[in-house]
Design a protein around this ligand. Structure first.
Ligand code: HEM
Ligand SMILES: *[C@@H]1O[C@H](CO)[C@@H](O)[C@H](O)[C@H]1NC(C)=O
Length: 333
């Protein structure tokens, strides 16, 4: 796509978003926007079915919960919570999942498991965008995080946003100024950003995203005790991208969403450059210290920020569609 076309689409989606906001402000009867328990009349069991599926999947594969948490960032932060993340590539467009920023994302097929369970009860009613958001909410609880009440009523987009992904999702080595700006554009302030990055208290980071901190020279900012472990896990300066070589984000409590992340990064054990900068930048460091001390402060800010993230420019009312399958837009059936 040419840059003129890109600008055109950016303007188009921008105006679509602003008219949507006016419509919901006018409390248009046909478009209530996002509300609590949107499916109470059309599919009253929806939220329970999703919760049960998330629980069953977590029992089989604990790492599904990491994926649900990462999904809400990668879908909602790229212009809209519209499940565009879940679309497969087509002959015309590349999927967001295949972009480098999505490296390591996994478990997409289990979103289909949840969707199928919901479809069996209420065919064609519940959007993939809502399933993505609610699975994140329930996944956070599986990981020992807070229960965050979230609204529903999102509808599914029809297009991949792969071509603009990098304008929204920061890279692993992005400067803190850029990161702060991108989150501020979604209405997420500094403590909100600091809390959201606490998600890196669970899961893993592949060596390809780390080796530039180890080779040819070890980044002197890294804690030497942690370097030893990282070198053991990532012995090759150019790791085979297909090999599953990774370091756990939080060696202490890798399966638990807790404030140990903040103690790690203050101890120079942050894996990504952004993690490290969070603990050193003067704008973010005060909040890192506060969250390292207080799990309840972390949870409070985390809940607030996830709520804002989950409400980023949704498609509501008659916009978009309710996908039959989360990985393909309906018109392609
Ligand atoms: C500046 C912002 C961010 C950057 C640059 C970033 C980057 C990354 C990278 C490079 C990985 C490792 C992927 C891999 O090698 O497999 C990762 C993992 C992860 N990220 Fe982020 N991330 C950011 C913010 C967030 C946010 C806001 C959330 C959630 C709300 C999140 C949730 C996760 C989770 C849960 C994992 C572990 C995934 C797994 O083990 O499957 N990240 N992130
Ligand atoms: C960030 O890392 C990528 C490789 O993942 C590299 O191409 C890029 O130049 C780096 N950017 C900065 C600002 O260091």
């Amino acid at each position: 796509m040419g840059s003129k076309a890109l600008i055109f689409f950016a303007l188009l989606s921008f105006s679509a978003v602003s008219s949507l906001k006016t419509a919901s402000a006018a409390e248009n009867e046909e478009d209530p926007g996002l509300v609590m328990n949107f499916y109470k009349d059309t599919c009253p069991q929806a939220e329970d079915i999703i919760k049960e599926q998330v629980r069953l999947l977590y029992m089989r594969h604990k790492n599904t919960a990491f994926s649900w948490l990462r999904n809400i960032f990668h879908d909602c932060a790229v212009q809209s919570c519209d499940a565009s993340l879940l679309l497969d590539s087509t002959r015309r467009s590349l999927s967001e999942k295949e972009m480098d920023r999505s490296f390591g994302m996994r478990n997409f097929r289990y979103i289909e498991t949840i969707k199928e369970a919901v479809e069996r009860e209420c065919p064609g009613v519940v959007s993939c965008a809502d399933i993505l958001v609610l699975s994140a909410r329930d996944g956070i609880v599986s990981l020992g995080g807070p229960y965050i009440p979230l609204k529903t009523g999102r509808r599914d987009g029809r297009k991949s946003r792969a071509e603009i992904l990098e304008e929204y999702l920061p890279d692993h080595n992005e400067s803190m100024s850029v990161v702060l700006d991108r989150f501020a554009a979604m209405g997420i302030d500094t403590p909100g950003l600091v809390a959201l990055l606490g998600s890196h208290s669970v899961g893993r980071t592949h060596c390809v995203k780390l080796v530039h901190r180890l080779y040819p020279e070890v980044d002197p900012a890294l804690n030497p005790d942690h370097v030893e472990h990282m070198l053991y896990k990532c012995p090759d300066s150019i790791p085979d991208p297909k090999a599953v070589q990774y370091v756990r984000n939080d060696r202490g409590t890798p399966m638990v969403l807790d404030n140990n992340y903040y103690r790690n990064i203050l101890d120079n054990k942050g894996l990504l450059i952004v993690d490290h900068q969070l603990a050193t930048d003067k704008r973010t460091k005060p909040y890192v210290k506060k969250m390292a001390k207080s799990q309840s402060y972390f949870f409070k800010e985390f809940s607030r920020a996830i709520t804002i993230l989950s409400e980023n420019n949704p498609l509501t009312g008659s916009k978009g569609e309710i996908r039959k399958q989360c990985n393909v837009a309906n018109k392609l059936h």
